[in-house]
Design a binder for this molecule. Structure first.
Ligand SMILES: *[C@@H]1O[C@H](CO)[C@@H](O)[C@H](O)[C@H]1NC(C)=O
Ligand SMILES: *[C@@H]1O[C@H](CO)[C@@H](O)[C@H](O)[C@H]1NC(C)=O
Ligand SMILES: *[C@@H]1O[C@H](CO)[C@@H](O)[C@H](O)[C@H]1NC(C)=O
Ligand SMILES: *[C@@H]1O[C@H](CO)[C@@H](O)[C@H](O)[C@H]1NC(C)=O
Ligand SMILES: *[C@@H]1O[C@H](CO)[C@@H](O)[C@H](O)[C@H]1NC(C)=O
Ligand SMILES: [Fe+2]
Length: 462
């Protein structure tokens, strides 16, 4: 009988599975798109002009910003001049950068600068200037409001961006989304490693490509597999070498010993960044750090607890299937016990959102290996659909597993509008639509303050 009902439902909607949620019939296209040419991203004009400008949070609470940029020829000037807007007699301040460079096979990077601006005022727009006369470049950013439980704040969410024509559509859509104030980026940046000898020029072109967003708002970075750049065949033995030279994060502020895992507080959110490609077994630095991190989260101060990780723990795509499983086994009980609101991942070049489910009962002998509905569990979002050179992952596991609420094989980005301690509005924007269209949307209820069940309104009709 059940199977007949199921069959009838199947006839009613090809998109709905009796076992789980919705598989959108919409597939953007199945072929990979090519990288935009290097010539599309020439260096800015001017002698030794600063380029590849990007900013991120520089401390635990949002009163500090790290500004990073590259100068191609000369190490100097290595300072940034900055001042708040809106004041008549603004006092200009200067910060000096820590400057580095690296070699990778036969590639030598430009001078990579990282300057930390401290003791900024909350909720203030600052102008900053890099370079010297003739090649000066000016940008601005806004500091967040002071950390607090009901502070509204909007995050963008993106992953696996790369630098193809599709990546360009994703980024263009994101930039046109005027609400998003800070990006939560779930890893896989340039895809330089998909090119011969990990062509590190692709790291430079990517830095120029994303500058129109990264110079103006912080991107919170998580590292993906395309950041590893481990290539013993060309004598490159240091994992994450290009990434760690180019992208600095405030890991010491959260007492981490590695830039690959750390946390920041921003407005009403506590964001924990993990590394899928660093040891996380018991007794390892990442494990010990995370164990000590959860008790520090005060939900009266930061109600929203969000985890970023590259490889998803729940995902029903055939592509990279179960690669995140060992990390799920290590950490899932902690995210459930600590009522994490959202776990955001990338890696799989498709979009998927789960129900609140957990699979923490299983102990090998009891056979209880099926995920179950769990109001304390996070929603898992896989958003590795930035549009990179490897193309979309369109082969889903059938039937759709019971934990999967919505999945679609197309490119896009998401936005999380935190309204107060109980409510946040989440939307996913596929590239094919105009930016204001939400192909998947959900009022998310905070797990600590309002652990009610959510009701999704996925508009999977194309
Ligand atoms: C690095 O080596 C490759 C392959 O031999 C060559 O095509 C490329 O031009 C070289 N790049 C530099 C900067 O020397
Ligand atoms: C990237 O997108 C922007 C905005 O739509 C467009 O102006 C630009 O020409 C695109 N770049 C390439 C290389 O297609
Ligand atoms: C948690 O944060 C609230 C609000 O800032 C504060 O009143 C309270 O003392 C904090 N609790 C702990 C244990 O620090
Ligand atoms: C495994 O789970 C079962 C059922 O919950 C329980 O009875 C058993 O003691 C557990 N085994 C171990 C080794 O914890
Ligand atoms: C929180 O925001 C939601 C959505 O805007 C609103 O419905 C609710 O009343 C707000 N709660 C409080 C306590 O203001
Ligand atoms: Fe990946």
């Amino acid at each position: 009988m059940a199977s007949i009902v199921c069959f009838l439902l199947l006839l009613l909607s090809i998109a709905r599975s009796c076992h789980g949620g919705i598989t959108s019939p919409y597939v953007r296209k199945t072929e990979a798109s090519i990288d935009m040419p290097v010539e599309a991203f020439p260096p800015p004009e001017g002698d030794n002009a600063p380029e590849q400008v990007h900013i991120t949070q520089g401390d635990l609470i949002g009163r500090s910003v790290i500004i990073s940029w590259v100068t191609p020829k000369d190490r100097f000037p290595n300072t940034v001049t900055y001042w708040p807007t809106g004041k008549k007699h603004h006092h200009k301040r200067q910060a000096r950068a820590v400057t580095t460079f690296y070699r990778y096979y036969n590639y030598t990077s430009g001078y990579i600068h990282h300057a930390t601006l401290n003791k900024l005022k909350y909720n203030t727009r600052y102008i900053y200037e890099l370079g010297r006369h003739g090649s000066t470049r000016r940008f601005s950013f806004a500091t967040p409001p002071q950390v607090g439980p009901d502070v509204p704040y909007t995050f963008g969410i993106m992953g696996d961006l790369g630098q193809t024509y599709d990546s360009n559509v994703t980024l263009t859509h994101y930039v046109s989304n005027k609400k998003a104030q800070t990006m939560l980026f779930v890893g896989d940046l340039s895809y330089a490693d998909d090119h011969p000898l990990h062509d590190n020029v692709k790291w430079d072109t990517w830095g120029r490509f994303v500058e129109k967003s990264t110079a103006y708002q912080p991107w919170i970075w998580a590292a993906g597999n395309h950041e590893i750049d481990y290539a013993p065949e060309i004598d490159e033995h240091t994992p994450f070498k290009p990434y760690m030279h180019r992208y600095h994060v405030p890991y010491r502020a959260s007492h981490s010993t590695s830039p690959l895992w750390y946390s920041v507080k921003r407005a009403s959110a506590y964001i924990i960044v993990l590394s899928s490609y660093s040891a996380y077994g018991k007794y390892t630095p990442q494990y010990d750090w995370l164990k000590q991190e959860f008790p520090k989260v005060n939900r009266s101060e930061t109600p929203w607890l969000i985890v970023l990780v590259h490889s998803p723990w729940y995902n029903s795509n055939n592509y990279h299937y179960m690669e995140g499983e060992t990390m799920r086994v290590m950490f899932e009980s902690w995210v459930v016990e600590n009522k994490v609101d959202l776990v955001l991942a990338g890696h799989v070049h498709s979009y998927e959102r789960t129900y609140r489910i957990s699979n923490v009962r299983y102990n090998i002998t009891n056979g209880m290996s099926t995920p179950i509905k769990d109001p304390s569990a996070p929603i898992y979002i896989t958003i590795g659909d930035g549009g990179n050179i490897e193309g979309p992952a369109y082969r889903f596991t059938e039937p759709q597993p019971s934990y999967s609420a919505f999945r679609e094989a197309s490119f896009g980005h998401a936005s999380l509008e935190i309204k107060n301690r109980t409510h946040a509005y989440y939307t996913w924007h596929r590239n094919h639509d105009n930016e204001p269209v939400a192909a998947d949307s959900l009022w998310i209820y905070n797990r600590y303050w309002y652990p009610e069940e959510e009701h999704s309104s996925a508009s999977y009709m194309v």
